[in-house]
Design a protein around this ligand. Sequence first.
Ligand code: HAX
Length: 428
Amino acid sequence: MSGLSKILEQKIPKWREEALSLIHEKGDAVISEATVSHAYAGMRGIKGLICDTSSVSPEKGLIIRGKPLLDIKHILPEEVFFLLISGEMPSKEDLEDLQNQISQNNTVPEYVWDVLRAMPPDSHPMTMLDISILALQGESNFKTKYSEGIRKQDQWKSYLEDGISLIAKIPTLAAGIYRMRYGKGDPIMPDASLDLGANYGYMLGLSDSDERIKELMRLYLTLHCDHEGGNASTFTSLVVSSTLSDVYYSVSAGLNALAGPLHGRANQECLRFVLEIRSHFDSDPTKEELSEFCKNWLKQGKVIPGYGHAVLRCPDPRFIGLMEFGKEYIQDDSIFHIVKVLFEVVPDVLIAQGKAKNPWPNVDAVSGSLLYHFGLTEFNYYTVPFSVSRALGLVAQTVLNRALVLPLIRPKSITAEWIRNSVDPETH
Ligand code: HAX
């Protein structure tokens, strides 16, 4: 049994006991209220889910197992996965053990490449990624164990096995999809000597003489890994896995939500926006020019991609982490320059407009500019690296929900007629 499994074997009974005693002691305590407005507004802010991997503080952003993101931005993506799922950093041996498991599972079966080759050449890379994950579903160990009859308490073990196998394959798939979709040649096979993030950078096949792409991909995968349980992609995954659909179905479903322009696809839209700004101006735009541009953009009824957030009320620490990387390595890049000046002007423009609750940048405001600089210029690909990273959190959370043996997720919906007839406007 691996180091990670052993640690989970020890911790899970305690976590179950803790959950039971919290229900016993505080089960009837009210933690949230739901109003008619909430029902019409995406249930925003209603506390109704358990997620121990991470939390998002409106004022501080992502906190992973009690550690603010920027304090751990240097750790490897496999370390962050270990931390998310177990609550502790891996020892050297545990990390090596996890990396060995990843190396043993990172090859993609030929039939999956065949499925991808059969797709229309102009398919969106996110469609290709989601289909390739679904194509792998037949590999699920959980699916087999379930049909043989597995105890509820043990289901998390085959979820974990499937999850590690999937996490290992996603960078190979994602890089192969990049190469196929944009005519860069055959997929490049993983290099067993490289860690997860570096391997992804390597398999993209871009020129990387100074190893900067590998460094960027490590950082990128660590920063985007998780964002508590209620965001659209994670919530979708958790709903699907609560039906005991396996990890392949659940992760693919979650990533379909990430593909939306208000969610992960905002990074694609953001780069498109920045390129439009670059082609609009003859030279580097000034703050005043950019401010005017953004005001006109809003007047056309469009959103400024990369700004605003459903929960955050501060500059996203993921944005800050990637900005620091950009300032260190690509300070003079013209696209990065526009991203920096946008950070100086957009919050004031949004505040003056008075609609957005959060005028600050989210992670998508900068991530594309870094990928673009290092040669990944095909920006409708950008939600794919986000997905490679987010799969870490989706797997961690779905395994933990099985470990706690949480039931089917099934909130109650209401009709407009019920609100008209049954809700007393005086009720507070
Ligand atoms: N530009 C213009 N208007 C904005 C805005 C922005 N960046 N952000 C919010 N608003 C507007 C909303 O469209 C909404 O307008 P209406 O009342 O006319 O519908 C109003 O401000 C209130 O919205 P909000 O409560 O502040 O924001 P929401 O929680 O509804 O939405 C979004 C959060 C992230 C979807 C929103 O800020 C947005 O559309 N931002 C641009 C797209 C983006 O960057 N998405 C990525 C988010 C991070 C993420 O999930 N990555 O995966």
